[in-house]
Design a protein around this ligand. Sequence first.
Ligand code: KG4
Ligand code: ZN
Length: 331
Amino acid sequence: MMILGIDTSCDDTSVAVVEDGNRICSSIVSSQVDLHKAFGGVVPEIASRKHAELIDGIYREALNEAGIAGGDIDCICVTAGPGLIGSVLVGLSFAKGLAFALEKPLVGVNHIEAHAMSIFLEQKISFPYIALVVSGGHTIILLMEEPCSFKILGSTRDDAAGEALDKIAKLLAIGYPGGNVIEEYAQKGRGNYVSFPRPMSDEPHYDFSFSGLKTSFISYVKKHEVSDENINDILASFQEAVFDVLSMKTIKAAMGCKIGRIVVGGGVASNGRLREVFLEKGARHGLEVIFSSPRFCTDNGAMIAATGYYYVQKGITSPLNIRAFSRMTLH
Ligand code: KG4
Ligand code: ZN
């Protein structure tokens, strides 16, 4: 079964052709990083305009690379939310038009569920498992019960982890996206140089809060001058605090649900130190921790196709009037 996967939820315009849920025939991702760099974050209006400009060309490129024509597609899967609503609407409207014109079924996919399922592009793992999706827009722990069925166990009450990294990088004017830039500095620094707080780590629930941690960072740099001598250590310490909380909470969720497997996805999961922390702590608790390859951690249409595949298998498709949604709770 040839599935077209479309994602325009944030700042990447992405279309992929995936056969039978895991054979990637093409995966085109056009990043808008350069457009948003000057603003230190994604500007929603600019993002949606760019998606509208690019989507048709990227769709054609994906078909060409896969060596197929539109009529060869069996099903069209597209992010229906959550995301920047103007951006989501571009992909969703395009997908609806295609589904109508080609007379093929449409599946509206939850973007977060797709991050949690992106691992299936590379390996089949068994259910249930705990998924942490950690990106610029989301920090959320899911209980993945079976294909097409998940429960939200916890999420951030304010900033997403990637957003906190992006914001402090913006404050220091060291580049964008912040997560990648901070990783480079942190590799040369000591993670225990500043003891930043680990918000909510002692509380029994699985929610996160990163805005207080960001505020502690701001207070620290107001009191201590950031220089070439200490910047690596300060950023390594901040990063360590973020990853410590992410891993503590996710492991707590796995232990609480008596589930031995954790999958970590989303843009921040491409970080090498995050992977080390999860693997070390996971092993200490007898838990298996699995990561998608970095190219499938960041936004991509292939994970949308891989997730939608299971919906089609169960005969679940969406009507042409399916609505876009911006927040996870409206799933
Ligand atoms: O999943 P993604 O591409 O888009 C969203 O859905 O948000 O994630 C982007 C986020 C940004 O906040 C970026 O700073 C972060 O992922 N990120 C990283 C790394 N690469 C991207 N954070 C830490 N380390 C990285 N290597
Ligand atoms: Zn994403």
